[in-house]
Design a protein around this ligand. Sequence first.
Ligand SMILES: Cc1ncc(COP(=O)(O)O)c(C=O)c1O
Length: 1012
Amino acid sequence: MNEHWENCLLQSWGIKTQLTKLAGEFDLNFKAETADGCRFLLKVMRVGCDVGLVEMQCQALQHIHASSQLVNVPSVVPSTAERNFETLVDEAGKVRLVWVLSFLEGVDYAGFTPKSPYLISQLGTSIANLHLALEGFQHKSLQRDFKWNLTQAAWINDSLTFITDPQRRELLRSVMMDYQDQLDIIRALPLFATHNDINDYNLLVSASLKEEPKISGIVDFGDMCSSPRICDLAIAGAYIVLDHTQPEQALSSLVAAYHAVLPLDGDKIDLIYPLLRSRLAVSVVNSTIEALDKPDDPYVIISQGPAWRFLESSSIVHSIVTARLRVACDLPVTKSAARVGRYLSQEVRGNCAAIIGMALDKAPCHSLSVEGCSVPQNPFELTSLEALTLGDATAAASDISLGYYNEPRLIYTNNAFRLNPWKASNRRTVHLGVDVFAPTGTKICAPLDGVIKVIENRLEPLDYGGMVIIKHMTPHGDRFYSLYGHLDPAVCQSLHQGQKLKAGEVFAVLGTPQQNGGWAPHLHLQLAMGIEGLGADWPGVADPDERDFWNALCPNPAALLNLPDEKIGYVSLNESVILQQRQNDFGANLKLSYSKPVMLLRGWRHYLFDQWGRPYLDAYNNVPHIGHANPRLQARISEQLKRLNTNTRYLHPAQSALARKLTSKMPEQLSVCFFVNSGSEANELALRLARAVTGGKHMVTLDHGYHGNTTGAIDISAYKFNAPGGVGKPDWVWLMDIPDVYGGKFRQPETDCAHLYSQQVDDAINGITQVGGKLAGFIAETFPSVGGQVIPPKGYLQSVYRKIRAAGGLCIADEVQTGLGRLGEYYFAFQQQEVLPDIVVLGKPIGNGHPIGVVVTTRAIADSFAEGPEFFSTFGGSTLSCVVAKEVLDIVDDEALQANALLVGKQALEGLTMLKEKHEVIGDVRGMGLFIGVDFVTHQSHRKPATDVATYVVNRLRDYRIFAGLEGPNNNVLKIRPPLTIEADDVVILLETLDLILSETAITRLTQNINT
Ligand SMILES: Cc1ncc(COP(=O)(O)O)c(C=O)c1O
């Protein structure tokens, strides 16, 4: 068949191509490719196809091209006879309409992941641009009576009998009733030429590792008709929401982006959801009828699955979706919201009855925000004591105090606040009411006239206890509601639904902690513009990413307290101001991670929290070795600071306590310590020791190594001196290759890597001799980290050390990254290499964030150094530093963190190795304990570093709120080195997320392209 159409194409279009058949239900579609790589789409219409339909599509595409550059649609390739289509005969002798289009590159939206809000916004923009481009297009075939015209969807009413499941039939009936309710409005809307089938197979997406995905094409105009534009948008929405993890947010992104180009009014927005559901109803009814003709094709029924799942989802509520869409388009959340807002501001504020019987304008406000307080200490578990004493900060000053509206808080630690099952899942943090802290038994009055709508007793810990919702009416007849939580349920019992309340009437009293969910006695007062769809189940706390919507639905209730909004409205930190200040206050080479920087305000173990309380899994930071905000360390520090913090010129038992603890972990020869302030300073001192002992100056070290930021440390750090703008290699420094047996110069399994890499010392030593220099020593990160999380082959350092010592040099092990139990099996990396360094350098983790570095060496070396001038470091070895470092080392032991590193590290390494089986871009998984590297390559077969893939992965991990890093000479090695507190659950999140990311189209396309 292909040959026949190839000939036709040659004869009628003069194009010589090879055809590949594409999917198509009734028509034949071919990808046509010329020898020089030009691509076309050949369309052979079904027998009997209406000429007008093809003509309409061709003219529409030409109209779009002529009127807009902003939307990508295929262009019509005229035949050699200058016609848009030809009438040709197929192999069976049947007449067919044949036409040719340009071939648009891209991946079907259906198969593309991730379907991010950004991509969906792009689609909204594209649809609006398409509508603008189609403006003025006319064709008689647009006036078609057919089943997919959404203004004619009512045909399914007569076909609902085909739906055999009575519940589903009933569901569709209600969908169609909603539709019917809107039909007069829909029919009154102006008609335009619309695409009418923007489904996820008619959309193309460009997949790139470096750029955000874009809609690269809208295709298949075969269902065009004349209809209101809102129908077209609703049809696109009907496909966007299917099986999306956040359908309402996805729809909001689509509609908001459309609205930004072609503004919608509230009435049109309110049509979207009923239209969307009726499109899905038409779709399931249509395919049920089709299935009758194709009883052997299970796919017809299976393909209905997503539509049924959406239609049957009980979590999606019409009024809430519509309210969301309105807010996404910057319109009032409900039809009456603007009027109610004005009424509250202009007529209610200042005229309400005092809710607790007294004015609150002098009441102090106190912060429970992520930034403003340290409660709870453990952001995953508010203790009952913490809950009971929440208002205490100001209790001394006044019995009455207020807690802010719209404030992000970490106090909501119950599972009910989590948005996903993991401990580190996103959660609701933003307070949607105001707190009035007052004694138990305080009388609560209605601020305005109203009618009681809901009375409940919520018994869960950290819930409301007694709760009442009152309905109010404005003089214009608009409804709004107020909610009162943490009441005495016994008093509430005397109320009844429908009970009228007068302004100032006492209807409840504040409950005790036993009655109010376990909190310090207070009133939670919340306002809502409408509760259709919310019922009694108002969230009192919102997901920070949904703040705009919830703030619109539940605005600041200050007016009900006769207070100005500012008094109780939380003022968030302004990230752009903080960024600007940073740029003004610091040098430009003080770098921030990520193009959109993260602001972190709280930490706990291996989790970090931003200002809105969003949790991040920290799989990156090795400094907080025993975890962020370790409470035992914090207590020890504050105890010590209450007593003394001075220097090493005075006797204090903490100095030797730390030295003894450290040397107890070392081979006995390494028995003398020097305390300094940082890893850089420790390396600097190590250099001085080596030079003092040997009288030499020259150092041998590894390429891409990093030893610190001081002048001497930079001189031996190829990673810095060879970086763009770096100072270059000093003539006394000699470099060896990183012993990377996967991507380095010598690779396993082919060669004896330990031997070949270590032999390079000979060249260095010969070089030193040739320039008449003298060797001081060898320094290396025992396992190169910046060099790509490399584990040198067994025997490597033994051989290097032997040669260095034979040439009179000392061997320095920089264990800043690898020491103190991170490796699980070993406390120090040099133990794995079975060597005994002359000097060991420690930094970063030993202070868990407190600045301390340590040099440990032999008595002989220390004595030789002591022949020089006094060694003194003002802060090095301060009382506090010694106490901190000793406590850190004790905690590593007491909490068995080395054993945890072994266990969880093994789980991570095994999981990553399994991912390597699945994903071609993982070239190598290496590491030990919680010192792990994932080496990304463009394909496993050739080990070519894939920097773009690694960059993509690390940024996507950040989108999922997981921090990891990049290392290696090619920046293609994912660095995983979390605090040692990380748990099995966290590793599962990390692995599952990595798996998802590596399955995203930008990456899978790369491997597909290489495989083909
Ligand atoms: C291996 C190694 N040595 C030394 C240092 C320098 O430590 P500091 O930044 O505490 O001066 C670092 C810092 O990253 C390091 O990774």
